[in-house]
Ligand binder design. Structure first.
Ligand SMILES: [Zn+2]
Ligand SMILES: [Zn+2]
Length: 258
């Protein structure tokens, strides 16, 4: 299994997971033009994708979906509530594959586990993608990590997780009104660096090959800060060899093999 982050941040999120010959996109929050461009940059023909999994309906996760699906006919996997709001927003004609949050389902040889996240969307989910003996966890846009989420993310080989803000930087930020700060840091907002470290402390184990951080706020977090904190955390836990990376909003990452 390998995966690549096409882009991650409040401006748009999309990733591709490859399980043998199976290629799945997770979210389509970049413009269709950028999705096509970045897929080409990472050596993927858009028509070779086998489907798109949606975490939730926010614009930074579905922005390019409508036009991308006109160009490339692909099944879209979403919970019933997410599929409904995306359809109501005018994205039609695609082949919807509805799954129930919390239930596992198969796509080709991959098993997809979904779990409910805590975010101000209709039915947000995260995923664990299993293929052969490998497990990749995907946790984006959640304000709070429940015990159920932690339980789902045990025994991973790879984790992609949002590290949206640093508490001190959010507190000190003068651009955002108080209400926005409240929404971000609420139990239905986004994860802070501290929450990511708490999660990693719970689930780190010797076979966790890599952790990729995403959805960093441009003003209230920074790759160097988030990576330094994560490195210190993993080292103190006795896992100095876990590889860590930070996804960029503006360009694709390298391919990450598990
Ligand atoms: Zn969101
Ligand atoms: Zn988002």
């Amino acid at each position: 299994m390998r995966f690549v982050i096409l882009g991650s941040g409040s401006s748009g999120n999309a990733a591709v997971v490859e399980c043998g010959p199976l290629r799945l996109m997770i979210d389509a929050g970049l413009s269709a033009k950028q999705l096509n461009l970045r897929l080409a940059q990472v050596g993927i023909a858009a028509d070779s994708l086998d489907g798109i999994l949606l975490t939730h309906e926010h614009g930074d996760h579905v922005r390019g979906l409508k036009i991308f699906l006109k160009q490339h006919r692909l099944p879209v996997y979403a919970t019933a509530a997410t599929a409904q709001v995306v359809r109501e927003a005018g994205i039609e004609g695609c082949q919807w594959k509805v799954f129930e949050g919390g239930r596992a389902f198969a796509i080709g040889a991959a098993i997809i586990d979904s779990f409910t996240t805590q975010h101000d969307a209709v039915d947000p989910v995260g995923f664990v993608i299993h293929h052969q003996s490998k497990r990749l966890g995907v946790l984006s846009d959640t304000g709070f990590i429940t015990r159920n989420v932690t339980a789902n993310l045990r025994d991973l080989d790879g984790l992609f997780v949002e590290a949206n803000y640093d508490e001190a930087l959010l507190e000190a930020d003068t651009k955002r009104p108080w209400s926005t700060k409240q929404r971000i840091s609420s139990r239905h907002g986004h994860l802070s660096n501290t929450q990511v470290l708490e999660l990693v402390s719970e689930i780190a184990h010797p076979a966790l090959t890599r952790v990729v951080l995403g959805h960093l706020s441009a003003d209230c977090n920074g790759p160097q800060l988030a990576l330094r904190l994560l490195r210190e955390c993993l080292t103190s836990l006795g896992h100095p060899h876990t590889q860590i990376h930070c996804a960029s909003p503006s360009e694709p990452s390298e391919w990450f093999a598990l």
